[in-house]
Design a binder for this molecule. Structure first.
Ligand SMILES: NC(=O)c1ccc[n+]([C@@H]2O[C@H](COP(=O)([O-])OP(=O)(O)OC[C@H]3O[C@@H](n4cnc5c(N)ncnc54)[C@H](O)[C@@H]3O)[C@@H](O)[C@H]2O)c1
Length: 260
């Protein structure tokens, strides 16, 4: 799909990989809406990209309907959605924890469920709302109406000790990608997922350099954290290449997480 003139919503777009994606999209002539928490600096980010900010919380499913409807109405359509809002146990009031700890303590089920809600259910919800709008688009000459990009993690495939909820949640996002692409194929809407390794963003800002070096030491090349622009470059390639559909692309420098 050609980016110039396309309209995109960037969920989690105030920071990190989604912000970089919105920036590259705008620089290629796309029109952007930034969706993010009210506490984020979304207004500033959107202004710099000639777009508009829509405060939201992806776990408030009903309100996401209103928010996306508003954004699509303001832009006059929707062709692309990039969704990075998500996270692990820490984002929902929990902590890294084994399924059953050495001391016999159980991983709280409510935290597990909340991580699934923040990642799988919220991404699913955004995609269903976005898909309804995309279905109304006039198809391009290739029959294409829209592109959805979700964010998984290499932890979906090599979850480390203590990451059971996060791995399950990201694994779910990867698992629904092909089914969603098949569901949406008749409508000319593609669905892809990006699985990054460790990237230098807001979510990882607290990781000390030694910790980051440890977590990237097994990469093939380059042995460093990824840059938000490197995620964005992949996201833009997905938008522009119609044959990218129904799969998870690892953007990981050949990294495979060790058990810990
Ligand atoms: N950075 C990494 O190393 C890495 C690696 C693999 C996967 N991921 C995934 O990438 C995503 C995080 O993106 P990032 O690394 O660019 O981090 P980031 O913190 O820079 O950006 C994430 C954005 O999402 C927003 N957000 C969080 N919860 C939200 C909610 N409930 N509703 C609306 N917006 C919300 C945040 O405010 C933030 O602006 C997560 O899904 C994470 O699991 C990150």
């Amino acid at each position: 799909m050609e980016i110039s003139g396309s309209k995109g919503i960037f969920v989690g777009g105030s920071s990190g990989m989604c912000r970089a994606s919105a920036k590259q999209f705008a620089s290629k002539g796309g029109i952007v809406a930034i969706l993010d928490l009210a506490s984020s600096n979304g207004a500033e980010v959107a202004k710099a990209l000639n777009g508009k900010f829509y405060p939201c919380d992806v776990t408030n499913y009903a309100l996401m309907d209103e928010t996306i409807t508003q954004a699509v109405g303001d832009m006059g359509g929707l062709h692309v959605v990039v969704n990075t809002a998500g996270g692990g146990s820490g984002a929902v009031g929990g902590k890294a924890q084994r399924t059953v700890g050495k001391d016999g303590s159980r991983h709280p089920t409510d935290i597990f469920a909340k991580v699934l809600e923040l990642n799988i259910v919220a991404s699913f919800n955004v995609n269903t709302i976005a898909g309804q709008f995309m279905a109304n688009n006039e198809p391009n000459e290739d029959g294409e109406r829209g592109v959805m990009i979700n964010t998984s993690s290499i932890a979906a495939f090599e979850g480390q000790v203590g990451q059971v909820a996060y791995s399950a949640a990201k694994g779910g996002i990867s698992a629904m990608t092909l089914t969603m692409a098949r569901d949406l194929g008749n409508l000319g809407i593609r669905c892809m997922t990006i699985a990054p390794s460790l990237f230098d963003t807001g979510i990882t800002a607290g990781i000390p350099e030694a910790g980051a070096n440890q977590l990237t030491k097994d990469a093939a090349f380059p042995r460093r954290m990824g840059k938000p622009d490197e995620f964005a470059t992949m996201a833009m390639a997905i938008v522009e290449c119609p044959m990218m559909n129904g799969s998870t692309v690892r953007v990981d420098a050949g990294q495979r997480f060790a058990p810990r």
